[in-house]
Design a protein around this ligand. Structure first.
Ligand code: ZN
Length: 68
């Protein structure tokens, strides 16, 4: 089953960053994605299929705007 991920989500990956943190925020979501390590702030470029495979779970979802 594919992970439903969106810009701004906080995710846990199957493998953590060498800094010891394993929470990442999606800072760009497209054909190529960028994820930011919440431990050290480093941004990693990753393609979307690889990112989806690496995600263990989404732990924080941006609230959807229902207005409009
Ligand atoms: Zn890090």
């Amino acid at each position: 089953m594919e992970q439903d991920i969106r810009l701004g989500d906080i995710v846990v990956l199957k493998k953590g960053h060498p800094c010891g943190e394993n929470k990442w925020q999606i800072v760009r979501f497209g054909a190529d994605c960028k994820i930011k390590c919440l431990g050290c702030g480093r941004i990693v470029l990753i393609d979307r299929p690889t990112l989806k495979k690496k995600i263990k779970k989404v732990i924080e979802r941006q609230n959807e705007e229902s207005a409009g």
